[in-house]
Design a protein around this ligand. Structure first.
Ligand code: ADP
Ligand code: MG
Length: 370
């Protein structure tokens, strides 16, 4: 089922009754295509949870509408929306067994939807097998690891065969290894069930690896959406460019004169069609090519070996961070004892931005599509 968010806005009233209140979500328009996993990505406080709460009906939008398929559900009570919800803190009932936690939502079904004990068991067994916790059914939540508790929470969210699954930072309480494993599991479960899913996270790597589409938001507003790789390759503005990618994009102050980009005194790249003046330059770590003839010079700090690739850590006065991080193949490296390093730049890994607004300035033949 597709989900249509049209001009969604949420303003929380001021606590004292005076002032403007907090605008948590602002004029947010987006369509979640049927059967996809969409990651809603943004820093803490940008309005992600407020978005999910509006979609599931726990918060009422100040403005705008929410439709499931072609049905406007903006005014529909939460329990009639057919949405499964998973939270960061699992929210399991501590005194109930895993089995009873899973079937709990089925107890609320009334009238023709009411299930017999046998039907409930059938449903519980099915979702338990899907999230691989069949052998834990008799335990209490405190007898489970964090990862297992989160699986129970996912099973509970799926037991009513929801039309939509919403997950609010579901991996944040897990340790690093479990986080990786559980995110693969969520991807698999979503593929197997085909349930339209919105997954909220502040972790760009998590969002990039798990989703069909990422939606980047900041201060309650949608900045950019698209396939993870497309958004990474074609960031619309400096915020999106900086938010995606590890190591992060390297940011420099630069200048354009006669379609030639300079960083410090180095003329580093031809940038066709760009007006003269100051620019902010973003260079992805993989955008540097180690080359003794290269025109971009940095002071060599150290080299970190990472298996197939190496990371050259250097310094440049025009860089906004203390060090420049570049990733090159391990065969390409400065000679032992050098104090300078020279690079060529890959044009499609270099992005220019307006210093005032942070908007991207396209150049050359690269087609920018948002
Ligand atoms: P995120 O989930 O991205 O961290 P939230 O949606 O929780 O962000 O919050 C977005 C903004 O709305 C924050 O500034 C937060 O303080 C504010 N906010 C959230 N819930 C309430 C509320 N019930 N009352 C007032 N302000 C709120
Ligand atoms: Mg939140």
């Amino acid at each position: 089922m597709k989900v249509v968010l049209d001009g969604l806005t949420k303003i929380f009233p001021p606590r004292t009754g005076k002032g403007d209140g907090v605008t948590a979500v602002k004029d947010f328009t987006f369509v979640v295509p049927d059967g996809t996993l969409v990651a809603l990505l943004g820093p803490s406080g940008c309005g992600k949870s407020t978005m999910l709460n509006m979609i599931c009906g726990l918060e009422k939008p100040t403005k705008g509408t929410i439709s499931f398929g072609n049905d406007d559900v903006t005014e529909l009570p939460s329990e009639l929306r057919g949405v499964g919800m998973v939270f960061q803190n699992y929210a399991l009932y501590p005194h109930m067994t895993v089995y009873d936690n899973i079937i709990f939502p089925l107890g609320n079904l009334k009238g023709k939807d009411k299930l017999t004990k046998e039907q409930m068991k059938e449903r519980a067994d099915k979702v338990a097998s899907l999230v691989q916790i069949e052998q834990l059914m008799a335990r209490k939540p405190r007898e489970l690891s964090g990862g297992q508790q989160q699986r129970v929470a996912i099973a509970r969210a799926l037991v009513k065969t929801p039309r939509l699954l919403l997950m609010d930072e579901p991996l944040s309480n897990l340790d690093a290894r479990l986080r990786l494993q559980t995110r693969e599991e969520i991807r698999r479960i979503q593929r197997e069930t085909g349930v339209t899913t919105i997954f909220v996270t502040h972790d760009q790597e998590e969002a990039m690896s798990i989703s069909d589409i990422i939606v980047v938001m900041k201060d309650g507003e949608l900045h950019q959406s698209g396939k993870p790789q497309e958004v990474y390759d074609d960031p619309k503005n400096l915020f999106v460019a900086k938010f995606l990618g590890t190591p992060a994009i390297n940011v420099f102050s630069g200048k354009v004169e006669n379609e030639m980009l300079s960083i410090g005194n180095d003329k580093v790249l031809e940038v066709k069609g760009v007006r003269d003046g100051d620019v902010v330059v973003g260079i992805r770590p993989e955008g540097f090519v180690f080359d003794n003839e290269g025109s971009f010079h940095c002071a060599l700090d150290r080299i970190e070996v990472m298996g197939r690739d190496i990371s050259i850590v250097s310094r440049n006065e025009a860089c906004e961070a203390p060090v420049v991080r570049s990733i090159v193949e391990s065969g390409d490296r400065p000679e032992f004892g050098s104090d300078m390093v020279s690079f060529r730049l890959k044009p499609n890994k270099v992005h220019l931005f307006e210093p005032e607004t942070g908007e991207r300035i396209p150049f050359g033949k690269i087609k920018v599509k948002y």
